[in-house]
Ligand binder design. Structure first.
Ligand SMILES: Nc1nc2c(ncn2[C@@H]2O[C@H](COP(=O)(O)OP(=O)(O)OP(=O)(O)O)[C@@H](O)[C@H]2O)c(=O)[nH]1
Ligand SMILES: [Mg+2]
Length: 233
């Protein structure tokens, strides 16, 4: 076993209805902290998160910006960073499965695949499933790496993330991490995870046509800009 301090990082924008339940249902005995990263919530998400036991940090706008600020803010003693969404879609009870390959030094990055785990009907749009397959296909050709998803529920060794020159501050952050992990020859594992419909509140991405198009564009841009190169950059 390597050191196993675990920080859970949750980007959250206007998730008052779900964030309390998500934070409270984390497997607290095995984690060291939960950081909720808010950048612009107007519904008191930060207060609810704090009451449920999270530390709240604030960041400039954007999903990637929030994830990156959370990683920066993690306790110095945390060797493993776990990312998940604040809307209750990710199966927090499966967190032990996600971190185990890193704790036992079998992997540096573990991606939870909703495609392999079986997403609850309605929790993923057909277009998201198609995009996951398409991006997986492109990255197999471009990078020689097999991914079946770009899901938010993931764990990474902190020292590994620090080596990656992450630059996307938008919804392209997740796929950038996956590509850079492959380029930096990190040990990657993908495990099946469950995925549910959000437990309340309003969708910021998949349920909003404009936001979905923007997110899709960022993902394509990242795959073309970073994924087309095999070099470590
Ligand atoms: N801090 C922060 N969090 C964000 C931002 N945009 C989205 N989020 C959070 O990122 C997570 C993913 O957003 P969702 O709205 O659930 O996107 P989605 O999963 O495609 O949509 P649903 O299918 O409705 O769940 C949620 O926890 C959001 O609150 C942002 O700009 N800043
Ligand atoms: Mg969601």
């Amino acid at each position: 076993m390597t050191g196993s301090g675990i920080s859970v990082i949750i980007p959250a924008l206007n998730e008052r209805e779900s964030i309390g339940q998500v934070v409270a249902s984390l497997p607290w005995p095995m984690i060291d902290e939960c950081i909720v990263v808010d950048n612009g919530s107007t519904d008191g998400t930060d207060q609810v998160a704090r009451q449920a036991g999270a530390r709240v940090v604030y960041a400039p706008q954007g999903y990637g910006s929030a994830c990156s600020a959370g990683a920066e803010a993690a306790l110095a003693t945390s060797d493993i960073l776990v990312f998940l969404d604040g809307d209750g879609s990710d199966a927090v009870e499966e967190l032990p499965n996600l971190v185990e390959p890193i704790q036992t030094d079998c992997a540096d990055f573990v991606l939870g695949s909703r495609i392999r785990g079986g997403a609850e009907p309605g929790s993923m749009l057909g277009s998201q499933i198609f995009a996951a397959h398409l991006v997986g296909f492109l990255l197999r050709i471009l990078q020689g790496v097999r991914y079946t998803d770009m899901g938010p529920f993931r764990a990474i060794r902190r020292s590994s993330l620090q080596r990656l020159p992450m630059s996307e501050m938008t919804y392209g952050w997740n796929i950038e991490m996956q590509i850079r992990c492959a380029q930096h020859r990190l040990r990657i594992q993908e495990i099946p995870v469950s995925y549910r419909c959000r437990i309340g509140g309003v969708s910021k991405v998949s349920g909003d046509m404009r936001a979905s198009m923007k997110a899709a564009w960022r993902i394509v841009a990242v795959v073309l800009r970073i994924g087309a190169s095999r070099k470590r950059r």
